[in-house]
Ligand binder design. Structure first.
Ligand code: NDP
Length: 476
């Protein structure tokens, strides 16, 4: 027998992806550096479908039908290169290597170019949904050549999550496009989680409520516009009680958020492209700040009581204010994330379809939400939309939310409750819609100390004022 596809790297993600493939009727060759993982997969789940286990890379490759398609699901970085180096001499022209690990898109571009010179297709593929998603249907974001997608598409579309009969998988674009889009997905995930965490914190401070009560508020929100996987699990986590102490689970967890790097990559890439993804950046920095225990302790000692007592008037109004502020801030974060994808697509000539990207995030991935269907619609109707904020539904929703948004951010500032993502999203919105920005003064300063020149509102051309001399204006 020959396998239609192979998976090498059978830790939790690879194992579940291989099971998902087998459960969907594909014959799957399976391999892992240490053969115990291969054996345990077949021992424990061999009855779920057709697996062809191999202990050597050569046997693994020999078990595959041509053109061969090999999924690599190992630790990102050096291990991925090591596996590729081992695979390449065993493959023939036209074969496909799929990297489903969390690679940086620049690494994917480098690998794609190297494998192309061997006549091989290299397909950097973003996979979201964690281990559950890998098993039951992830969101899949494949890059690489259109030709490779002709073989992979029917397989991936079958094992991906399905929403309204549409698979959460599509060809994103050449070389690193898939991993780029996965990176921005994770950045948006950071922003979404930070906004949710701030909303929880504001509710807790403003209402003096216990986590279990706030869980109920989130449960309520999950049946409206905010409906999403993250809001749903927020209610679960907030309602959870620690068995050892009987206290709310969130109160016994150390308040130090960790990160594996995709948020940082997203911000670094946005800086390179000049795209203000302030929501994702605030979220990434908020995690960093939470980890600076010494500074936090010192500042707490120096400023024990900097805020005013927070007295919320009507509780229901306040909860609704926070909900609207959360929704508006979330729209900003997603608008910025899609701007980032558009800029990356232009820079690298990927031709990414923004509506299509939103389509495949509707299910399977961590940011899956009802909301993404609206984003899909907005970009499908108007692919050149200047910003998601001005698409009809989004513009109306933000407009409705503005008074709430301002109240929440102002109240939080007065009370000394940090809400960096809420506040910076509002500032971004106000900056975008401002008639005039103080950027004019910055240009004046740059011209003053560095003769960097400026443009005028009333005449074309480039100007400089002789600041150190007679202050006359010249056209250099
Ligand atoms: P890990 O990232 O923990 O990687 C373990 C796997 O890598 C094992 O199969 C291991 O083999 C293999 N490996 C490590 N070094 C080498 C090497 N030098 N040569 C050959 N194989 C090597 O596994 P996960 O399943 O958690 O993740 C796999 C990939 O998927 C990663 O890139 C991860 O970033 C990505 N990912 C993970 C998600 C998650 O929720 N965990 C979600 C989405 C993507 P051995 O058994 O022999 O040690």
């Amino acid at each position: 027998a020959t396998a239609q596809i192979g998976v090498t790297g059978l830790a939790v993600m690879g194992r579940n992806l291989a099971r998902n493939l087998a459960r969907n009727g594909f014959t799957v060759a399976v391999h892992n550096r240490s053969p115990e993982r291969t054996r345990s997969l077949v021992d424990e789940h061999g009855d779920e479908g057709r697996f062809l286990p191999a202990e050597s890379m050569a046997d693994f490759v020999a078990a595959l039908e041509r053109p061969r398609a090999v999924i690599v699901m190992v630790k990102a970085g050096g291990p991925t290169d090591a596996v590729i180096d081992e695979l390449v001499p065993l493959l023939d022209s036209g074969d496909i290597v799929v990297d489903c690990g969390n690679a940086h898109f620049a690494d994917t571009r480098r690998r794609e170019e190297a494998l192309r010179s061997h006549g091989l297709h290299f397909v950097g593929t973003g996979v979201s949904g964690g281990e559950e998603g890998a098993l039951h249907g992830p969101s899949i974001m494949p890059g690489g050549s259109a030709e490779s997608y002709r073989k992979l598409g029917p397989i991936f579309e079958k094992i991906a999550a399905q929403v309204d009969g549409v698979p959460c998988c599509r060809h994103i674009g050449p070389d690193g496009a898939g991993h780029f889009v996965k990176m921005v997905h994770n950045g948006i995930e950071y922003a979404d989680m930070q906004l949710i965490a701030e909303a929880y914190d504001l509710l807790r401070a403003g209402l003096s409520a216990e986590p279990a009560e706030i869980a109920e508020i989130f449960r309520g929100w999950n049946s409206g516009e905010l409906e999403s996987f993250l809001i749903e699990i927020t209610a679960d986590v907030l309602a959870h009680t620690d068995a050892a102490t009987g206290r709310a689970f969130v109160d016994v967890v150390l308040d130090r958020a960790e990160q594996k790097g995709t948020g940082r990559w997203t911000v670094q890439s946005a800086l390179d492209l000049g795209i203000p993804i302030t929501g994702i950046a605030e979220a990434t920095f908020a995690r960093s700040l939470s980890g600076h225990a010494d500074q936090r302790a010192a500042a707490r000692r120096a400023f024990p009581d900097a805020g005013e007592r927070w007295q919320v008037g009507d509780r229901e109004t306040f909860v609704e204010d926070v909900r609207r502020a959360l929704l508006a801030s979330k729209i900003v974060a997603y608008a910025q994330g899609f701007d980032h994808i558009r800029a990356g697509s232009r820079e690298y000539d990927w031709g990414i379809d923004l509506g299509g990207t939103a389509t495949i995030w509707r299910g399977g991935c961590i940011i899956r939400a009802r909301f993404l269907d609206r984003i899909r619609q907005a970009y499908d109707e108007q692919p050149e939309l200047p910003t998601l904020l001005v698409a009809p539904w989004f513009a109306d929703t933000v407009d409705d939310g503005v008074p709430s948004w301002r109240r929440v951010v102002a109240d939080a500032a007065r009370a000394g409750v940090p809400a960096p993502a809420f506040a910076s999203s509002l500032a971004y919105f106000d900056a975008l819609r401002a008639e005039r920005l103080p950027a004019a003064l910055i240009q004046g300063l740059r011209d003053n100390f560095g003769a960097h020149t400026y443009h005028r509102v009333d005449r074309d051309g480039t100007f400089h004022t002789r600041w150190a001399a007679d202050r006359t204006e010249v056209q250099p």
